[in-house]
Ligand binder design. Sequence first.
Ligand code: AHR
Length: 333
Amino acid sequence: MKKVMVLLLVLMVTGASFIFANGATEAPATATSAPAKKLIVVGYAQVGAESDWRTANTESFKSTFVEANGYKLIFDDAQQKQENQIKAIRNFIQQDVDYIVVAPVVETGWETVLGEAKAAGIPVILSDRQMKLSDDSLYTAWVGGNFLKEGQDGVKWLNDYVAKNGLANKDLNMVLLQGTIGSSAQVGRTQGITEGIAKNPKYHLLAKQTGEFTQAKGQEVMESFLKAYPKIDVVFAENDNMAFGAIDAIKAVGKVPGKDIIIISFDAVHEAFNKMIAGELNADVECNPLHGPRVAEIIQKLEAGQKVDKIMYVTEGSFDTTNAKEILPTRKY
Ligand code: AHR
């Protein structure tokens, strides 16, 4: 009898199931609660923090991939170095994340590490910049801006400006501040800009050089352009932060940015609107950084077993001094 009492006590304390004669079991009478939904773990290999655009892009991911939305985000800042991104992707594989998201610093050199992700069965989603791959099955989907079109739109704005302001017969000397060489943002924009310039015999591209998408480097390169070429009429800056650096360099030599030298930029971040309103920046072609919700939508579709488009371009606009003031209050970054 004592043994039976002890056994009953043990079963009560451990909450063990009772076994019935027919072999069926009854679950212990504990309070029932719905099992917690498993968070989707996403590793994001970010380029770095080189520009206002990038900061907005990081914020977009950090505010989207939160626990309240069912995610755990593992964020890695590669400081603009491809080797750091490769390391980050390997870490994500080791941690067995559910999805890997990459904004690749440059276009090439990804086959090996993406092959490792594929072997581990982890889908890779590309965002912002693209990769040039020998095997497109190494990634599931890409979402971002059309960099070639952005470059073309920058030249289109200049062509319209030249026509409207009676400058068609004037020779125009130009310089180009390029982004990180080998990044799809640089490759596409440079192609669009240089091909557009080459179509007009009055346009003369004096020089092009990378400013690494940063304000400091943009300023430094613009200073060297201004020393080398006494007559510059137009600057194309492949992102806003380099344009801000160029504006400072132009002011430092006593010239008036936006008047003595026309400046066309890319991104269209808040500060660029302020500079257009001040007349220091003439035009800006949009590159939208708010990819967090777009990538989340792709993931949700994949989770639901739905097909997703392989390539998704974001619609983007162009702005200038004539509409900057009116548009600024509507901007989200
Ligand atoms: O890939 C997008 C580009 O990268 C943005 O134009 C630039 O600001 C960023 O650093």
